[in-house]
Design a binder for this molecule. Structure first.
Ligand SMILES: [Zn+2]
Length: 250
């Protein structure tokens, strides 16, 4: 039995993630924009949502860096913003729920970070970290946090997850051994650009996830990644593996 979909869009360096069930979606970040002319909301998300007859119920903007919020203006101008639930004030970044949110589509969002008791310096370490749960499944969206915040989260009884959006695109400043061993993801997803000046993901970071038993998924190599959760199994589709791209399927 189908439960829900997770789509990690290939937006180059940046993040744009959709979780969808019953044609109702939740977005985590909106990708970068370039030269005030190009963004992934207009070019990818809008046609994708129209094709799937998808409405967006909730938006999270992990932190106010342009690789995560570049599409915000386009989102606000688009029809996508019309179905956002009240209380989800989408006008500016960062945008993180204060408390757990039960979406109409059944998904449950639990914000793990930031905490008012631990104000950090810099945008990355104040990223909104969210645990998404449905049925027995867990997806952890970790923004651009670094090891210092990972250590704080360990004390929060971080649970094993099925899918982890790897913190900070796979940078070596994140993904400590202890974080990985607590989260123990079945799938570790790197959202990043193929050629990037930061040399991410760092090879040691990738090795750490492999050593922990994770299957690596990488938007730079795989293109868009779609993970479908069924009652008894998880299926992965990669845009570059399929001749007829799943985008055009019904
Ligand atoms: Zn980033």
């Amino acid at each position: 039995m189908f439960l829900f979909n997770l789509v990690v869009f290939d937006v180059g360096h940046g993040t744009m993630v959709l979780l969808e069930r019953n044609s109702q979606g939740m977005l985590y970040d909106l990708g970068p924009s370039y030269f005030e002319r190009f963004n992934y909301v207009d070019s990818v998300l809008l046609p994708f949502s129209q094709k799937k007859n998808l409405s967006i119920e909730y938006l999270i903007l992990s932190h106010d860096d342009k690789d995560h919020t570049g599409g915000l203006d386009a989102f606000l101008k688009s029809s996508l913003s019309e179905s956002i639930q009240s209380g989800n004030n989408v006008l500016e970044a960062p945008l993180c729920p204060n408390n757990a949110v039960q979406l109409e589509n059944g998904l449950r969002l639990t914000p793990l970070w930031p905490r008012s008791s631990h104000k950090m310096i810099g945008d990355n370490n104040n990223s909104c970290v969210v645990l998404v749960e449905y049925h027995n499944y867990r997806v952890l969206l970790a923004g651009d946090i670094e090891k210092e915040v990972e250590n704080h989260l360990l004390g929060n009884k971080l649970k094993k997850t099925d899918v982890l959006l790897v913190p900070h695109h796979g940078s070596k400043t994140s993904s400590s051994h202890s974080f990985i061993n607590h989260v123990k993801p079945k799938y570790a997803i790197f959202s990043r650009a193929f050629y990037n000046p930061w040399r991410i993901p760092h090879p040691q970071v990738v090795s750490r996830y492999i050593a922990a038993g994770a299957t690596i998924l990488d938007t730079a190599l795989d293109g868009d990644i779609k993970i479908t959760f069924y009652e008894n199994e998880i299926r992965v589709e990669k845009a570059r593996d399929v001749r007829a791209w799943w985008f055009y399927d019904n």
